[in-house]
Design a protein. Structure first.
Length: 271
């Protein structure tokens, strides 16, 4: 027993979603990763270096077990079945369920602590937080805040999840469906009456259709939308799902920066 070492966190990690993978790479701990989600695009080299073992709602359990992970990171209740199956096979599984900016920060800190990089992780998170505060201050200084409709999916239309709604606010805009943003599940953020989007008359429309290309011309051609400010002023934009719908480093950096640029350009032209 005198030679027994105390493990410094898991050494063989499978990441079922992208945000944990990106964060571990940013921390310089990518050697711990032995498997990733097939949807991972950040960082791009992860796709070349790591075996892909899962989608979002499904996973190759046998392939994961063959990698001999000592921890699996996942996200949300939607991966509960995958997690349960792995737990029954004796695998340690940590499922995060972050839905807000604050919860994203908490999740990232916990992952950093789990791999022995709490101090470095905290420094990086403080840098992200400081930039968010700068963006928020610039947004508050705008002469007028645009109304923003963020669409996660088009058929049926699904509005922004909570962290995206919060980032819209930080970037200087106002989410036109703040009440739906409080709902964690996509099915509960469906805009049941599409005419309600027209009635709320967004100044800006941002599309991020969960991995499929946003079609601004298709949105502009929706019945009754010709009178919407965003259509009239050609303020329809795409932010890639990997940059904004991943509840991790991407949303807190590239995602919010893109939102802020869109709002600032609108303000210069229309406010």
């Amino acid at each position: 027993m005198t030679s027994l070492a105390i493990p410094r966190g898991p050494r063989r990690i499978v990441c079922l979603t992208e945000e944990a993978t990106e964060w571990l790479y940013l921390l310089g701990e990518e050697e711990r990763i032995v498997g990733i989600s097939g949807y991972t695009v950040r960082p791009r080299r992860a796709r070349e270096e790591k075996p892909k073992v899962s989608a979002f709602l499904s996973a190759k359990i046998d392939k994961i077990l063959a990698l001999r992970p000592d921890c699996v990171f996942g996200f949300s209740d939607l991966q509960a079945d995958i997690a349960a199956e792995l737990v029954r096979k004796g695998v340690q599984v940590t499922i995060f369920n972050q839905r807000s900016v604050e919860e994203i920060f908490a999740m990232l800190y916990q992952v950093a602590a789990m791999v022995g990089r709490a101090d470095d992780g905290l420094r990086r998170l403080e840098t992200m937080r400081a930039r968010l505060l700068e963006i928020e201050a610039a947004g508050r200084a705008l002469p007028r805040r645009p109304r923003v409709y963020f669409e996660e999916w088009d058929e049926p239309p699904i509005s922004a999840i909570r962290w995206v709604s919060q980032l819209v606010g930080i970037a200087g805009g106002d989410d036109v469906f703040p009440e739906l943003a409080l709902q964690p599940m996509g099915k509960d953020r469906i805009v049941a009456d599409g005419a309600e989007i027209v009635r709320r008359n967004p100044d800006i429309v941002v599309g991020s259709w969960c991995g499929k290309k946003f079609r601004a011309e298709k949105v502009a051609a929706r019945p009754g939308w010709e009178a919407v400010n965003a259509v009239r002023d050609q303020q329809l934009f795409e932010i890639k799902s990997a940059d904004i719908l991943q509840p991790g480093p991407a949303a807190l950096t590239d995602g919010v920066e893109q939102l802020h640029r869109i709002v600032l350009e609108w303000s210069r032209a229309h406010a």
